[in-house]
Ligand binder design. Structure first.
Ligand code: TYD
Length: 154
């Protein structure tokens, strides 16, 4: 079992899509272990998108990510990083498969609704970036026994 980080971006918050997106993750069987609203600023975004600071679209990306508060989520499950990335879809909403979050809610490369960690190592770093340890809760809802076979709960 592992935990991954999701950000519901301003494009999700300002459209009023938060409930629908949270519902998808819950329906899939992911456990919400942390969730809060926060206003992102330039320092944390420069760190989070360090691989993109030299790209010409970076100033617009900053503006887009600071356009409103975001919702950050810590989602727990078996292979949660890959499961959530599959649900998220390709970066550009126009290229994302229908059925994925970006495929269903976005037609943009930038206004693409969600961020999701792309590897277990990055998930660990990103969870620390957005949550303090006491904001992530270790609990197991009773429905897990109808969600996984015992061997999958590891
Ligand atoms: P990236 O880490 O490449 O993709 P992903 O979010 O799928 O992991 O890019 C981070 C964000 O940067 C992306 O979600 C939206 C923005 N972005 C652009 O605005 N234009 C671009 O051409 C790319 C590649 C990303």
């Amino acid at each position: 079992m592992e935990t991954t980080l999701v950000i519901l971006k301003p494009s999700a918050v300002l459209h009023g899509y938060v409930g629908q997106i949270v519902q998808r993750f819950q329906q899939k069987g992911l456990v919400i272990r942390g969730m809060k609203m926060m206003q992102l600023g330039e320092p944390i975004l420069r760190e989070h998108y360090a691989h993109l600071t030299d790209r010409p679209f970076f100033p617009d990306l900053l503006k887009s990510m600071m356009a409103s508060p975001v919702i950050v989520m810590a989602l727990w499950g078996n292979d949660a990083v890959n499961v959530v990335r599959m649900m998220t879809g390709a970066t550009n909403g126009r290229k994302a498969q229908p059925g994925t979050i970006r495929g269903d809610f976005s037609v943009s490369g930038q206004e693409n609704i969600v961020h999701a960690s792309d590897s277990a190592d990055n998930a660990e770093i990103e969870l620390k970036r957005f949550f303090s340890p006491d904001e992530i809760f270790d609990y197991q809802p009773s429905w897990l026994k109808y969600t996984y076979e015992p061997a999958e709960m590891k």
